[in-house]
Design a protein around this ligand. Sequence first.
Ligand code: GLC
Length: 797
Amino acid sequence: MNYGFFDEKNREYVITNPNTPAPWANYLGSPEYGAIISHNAGGYSFVKSGANGRILRYVFNQEDKPGRYIYLRDDETSDYWSASWQPVGKSLETYKSECHHGTAYTNIKADYSGIHSEALYYVPLNKTYEVWRLKVTNTSDRPRNLSVFGYAEFTNENNYENDQVNLQYTLFITRTYFKGNKILQTINENCHKGCNGSNRKERFLGLVGSEVASYNGDKASFLGRYRSYGNPIAVEKGACDNVLNYNSNGCGALQTKITLAPGETKEMAFVLGQYNDEESAAILSSYENLSKVDQELEELKAYWHGKLSNLYVQTPSSEFNNMINTWNAYQCFITFIWSRAASFIYCGLRNGYGYRDTVQDIQGIIHLDPEMAKEKIIFMLSAQVDNGGGLPLVKFDHNAGHEDTPDDPSYAQATGHPAYRADDALWLFPTILKYIGESGDKDFINEVIPYANKDEGTVYDHLKRAINFSMERLGAHHMPAGLHADWNDCLRLGKKGESSFVALQLYYAMSVLRDFASDLNDTDYIAYLDEVQKVLGDTIQENCWEDDRFIRGFKEDGEVIGSKKDPEASMWLNPQSWSVISGLATKEQAEKALESVYRELNTKYGARVMAPSYKDHAFDGALALLFNGSTKENGGIFSQPQGWIILAEALMGHGNRAFEYFMESSPAAQNDNADVRILEPYVHGQFTESVESPFEGRSHVHWLTGTASTVMVGCVEGILGLRPDLDGIKLEPAIPSDWKTFTMDKVFRGKKLHITVNNPSGAEGGYKACYLNGDKLDSNYIFAAALKDENEIILEM
Ligand code: GLC
């Protein structure tokens, strides 16, 4: 069953049945002022931090509430409903709802009893407040007298945990005021200059475009005794009782009354934010002319659609087009900007960027906005310790050159991360290669950037030190030690245990750095890399290849993890995909390893991260055991690695397989299976439950996941075969053999490429000929120097 559809042209997902299996969310604003909203208007807002800057309350582990509620009431019949289906929840026989989630805006349309309403929610570009614009149209044939109520539930404290539990304190620090067209809430209002670390804060909910008829600043007065958001007493009675809170839970509730002739439309806007009386008055008066809302909406669309339009594909698969052109791409920007800050699952407590998470997230947007990526790459390089390792957690207030490191007890205390992880800095290699390839900014390699704790060095030096970090921490088999963990947070191989995944990453990193070294003519270093890479490659081959698979690593005592003979966890996904991505596997090994993945790990919802799940035979460091079988790292279909298996299959020219993995795990491909998948059909989640679960196919942890970037890379570099490098771009699609033709419009280094791929003979990889502006090329490689401003490229497969 489905609950909505993709509107490809408008880059929206439209939810036509609001009774979805979970709240389906969208992101508004940025972490400077962030707002998460479901299609039923549930959600919350915050300033700078979901955990410490929370201004709207939202209760986790409960149905989707409260939210940004707008109630409508027919003042003749006393019947009332809400502009979003919930919270009033009228029967869907008579109430029609259409939620349009777009790029940084959500527009919820409703039709009930001859009244059409549209509630548009957004945060204006570069602003730190939010707007809810309501348009109401009388579609009946008689004049109507209506009341509209806007409701926002302020937190009592900016720290969301204190707001929930610290009632002996937080109930007594807020009060509200009515100021003509707004409710103003104050927190610690006497603390102008700070008392004991607390500062005065003010928030407001205001109304423009219509007169306030009544108000409430007190939640209990608005809702009434033993009532809830679905039947507030104020709405039922048709008036708020003008009570303000003092030592009780506050809220912002404003009523206005409107009369509509048949066919007439009226509009108004509620505006919400954390500003004082004067500032909020200025903001509100700037909306006196409500056409500003339409302008701001256009600005938002132009901003986002502009970024997304740097790659536009038209393939025979609408699932693929919708994901690559809009939704996966937009999710990549959200993970890039928001990291793991806030969702309906993440509360915002993590006070920084995970090193690997962010360096991976960057990869998802490089093909669309290399400049934006560059800034973050520099930031992440400045969070690399002078020993070459990454800071496991990079604080939001990171102070490059002056930070403590995992070698200092104070770092563990501040971040909760006690030690280095084996993989963090190795993610820099593919990310920087992609950035330089996409932008052509070869000089970047010479840019000087500080280290996290002390010293500075060129990007080249940073990368060399990242290699050193691994080389100085080798285990008994001369492979990188597992340290606190590798990509898999649940795998504690230990200081002397060894990870084959990291070994493959290191092998790959050496190849990337070798390219940079040859560009710089650094012959000594090339000789060094050749030597150590050979040794590393040999040791991986000798110690990790077992017949038809690569093992996962070694424990400190030398025991093999992921051996074919193991009763549990005998097959692991990442070492197989990365054996191909790293370039280490021979063709024969690659074919065998990928076939083993398909045979032992693949399910109808994608490939499991390992199998069989741990149950009775886990080793001490296998934290996956904490989870139920077929869940998360314990044999679940971890979503991030789907991108790597797509990429690996594509690199081998297996277009059919690559696309099969795409379809199994792609949200869009599950649009009609929403009751099984549960999550939004337009966003990736962190994992999907696999075969042992009674809920096989159910996905979890929406939006903020590294999956966005890995699947994007798998599709763009893998399936579409767009592979930029230092001097140009290679075109090597690996597609389903029934794709006869497809096109890609890409902006590459400021030039426009219109690429047509023709596949009359039904190939799934390889190419026959490639033409640039009518000229036949020697290969499928296009030198950047040969490009004009606009280019016609034809690739014959
Ligand atoms: C989560 C973490 C990520 C980790 C992955 C696998 O997604 O955010 O850092 O690599 O789990 O354990």
